[in-house]
Design a protein around this ligand. Structure first.
Ligand SMILES: [Fe+2]
Length: 437
């Protein structure tokens, strides 16, 4: 594991410093009931309460709404969030936020709801033409001008880690592309992470969101080192995706240990409170890790996969009007193929990740690292009912060119990989992700 510990070795040509980015978070069974008091303490008097139509009917939403009522906080509910948000649904949410003159935001839901609240908060605070703040080159890439309104995020799945990040992801309908807005200023002010929300989660959601958390952690651990990443022109604009660093490494490793021990149990048995609680905690750690290091190829490739979703693709537990692939699933289907390719750039980090996930790495040679990671991921995928590669969700060799064209422009994430990636490399990575067993 030698290079993992050479954090401060001089002369690697990159940035000499890294930034630790975080917000206040509360974790524990029942903590959603703190929402009212937290809103008062953030001086919120009139709140936009974001959720979706499914979550609105579930106990976590009621706990938050009752808590706000008891505290005397006035709120208006917005439940028209879409499961995979689009520019259309972001703009509808922004209009609601602009019209309501709110002084704070509370979001109760999965990543889609939390991301939608971030975007609505931004456009209500600093109105602008929609593409202004969207990541370049698709959008204008303009920085968020200043602080936004306080936002309390209450995640209801154990996966996205959106409560820990300043990223809001959506589908730009006209381009059939996933893109987003990224700024430290969009990170929720505080989060209430209550493992009680996992009691009613269907197994498909625990599996897909669990692999999302796994991927945030393993991609952070194997990202390019911050010491090899070109320094930002202004230190204050150092990107949140700054590469692997001592802080993200520690957090990611702990998340992977928890996921390696608990993912299969949490998927198979809804009554396993210990496993589902530890997955909830791991998901937040995964969010903290990638908010400080950045994801790379499995996420970059997933945006192309979900953009080209095949008609008739549906999964239990995800209410959606059109076909969709759960985000965590579209990520992990690429992962074994990716790690077989990236391992040679930093084999000790790959072995460390595999070991945290529960693989036996005793006596492993560096050249075996990619295969060891891939095999452990495939074991976990098989044990939790994940489809056998991209071919199992309708893709074939004839789709590789379109997938490659969709993923190649995702520079923000692909540039964070530990190895440089050409278009031909991407095509073979998609080819290698078609079938695993
Ligand atoms: Fe993700």
């Amino acid at each position: 594991m030698s290079c993992c510990h050479h954090y401060f070795a001089p002369g690697q040509g990159g940035d000499d410093a890294f930034t630790i980015d975080g917000s206040t978070m509360t974790f524990g069974a029942g903590c959603l009931d703190e929402a009212g008091d937290q809103a008062l303490s953030a001086r919120m008097k009139r709140v936009a309460l974001f959720t979706d139509r499914t979550v609105r009917e579930l106990p976590p939403f009621n706990v938050v709404a009752r808590s706000l009522e008891r505290a005397g906080v006035d709120f208006a509910i917005y439940d028209e969030t879409e499961v995979e948000p689009t520019d259309r649904s972001f703009q509808a949410a922004a209009r609601f936020a602009q019209d309501g003159y709110f002084d704070g935001f509370v979001s109760v839901g999965g990543g889609s709801v939390i991301d939608t609240a971030k975007a609505a908060n931004l456009y209500a605070t600093y109105p602008a033409e929609f593409l202004t703040y969207i990541n370049a080159p698709i959008g204008g890439g303009q920085p968020v001008p200043g602080p936004v309104k306080p936002h309390i995020a209450c995640p209801t799945t154990s996966g996205t880690g959106s409560e820990a990040t300043g990223i809001a992801i959506f589908d730009l309908l006209a381009m059939k592309a996933k893109t987003g807005i990224q700024s430290r200023r969009l990170r929720p002010t505080t989060a209430l992470i209550d493992p009680n929300v996992t009691e009613t989660l269907p197994a498909t959601i625990v599996a897909a969101s669990g692999f999302d958390a796994l991927s945030h952690s393993l991609e952070s651990l194997t990202a390019i080192s911050y010491r090899r990443r070109a320094a930002a022109a202004r230190p204050s604009s150092r990107p949140p995706s700054q590469g692997a660093n001592p802080w993200s490494d520690a957090v990611a490793a702990e998340a992977l240990r928890l996921i390696g021990r608990n993912l299969v149990r949490a998927v198979r048995d809804a009554s396993d409170v210990e496993a589902r609680t530890e997955m909830m905690y791991a998901a937040t750690l995964g969010g903290i890790a990638f908010a400080n290091a950045g994801c790379h190829l499995p996420h970059g490739m997933s945006y192309a996969v979900s953009g080209l979703v095949k008609d008739g693709t549906y999964f239990d537990g995800y209410p959606c009007e059109g076909p969709m692939i759960p985000h965590g699933m579209s990520v992990v289907l690429n992962a074994p193929s990716v790690y077989r390719f990236t391992a040679c750039a930093c084999p000790d980090r790959h072995l460390h990740g595999a070991e945290c996930l529960g693989a036996d790495v005793r006596g492993a040679a560096p050249e075996d690292a990619g295969e060891i990671v891939a095999r452990r991921l495939i074991e976990l995928m098989q044990a939790t009912g994940i489809p056998n590669g991209l071919s199992a969700i309708g893709f074939g060799a004839g789709d590789v060119d379109a997938l490659t064209e969709g993923a190649f422009p995702q520079k923000r994430v692909i540039g964070n990989a530990p190895r440089a990636v050409t278009k031909d490399d991407l095509a073979s990575l998609f080819g290698g992700a078609m079938r695993y067993w």
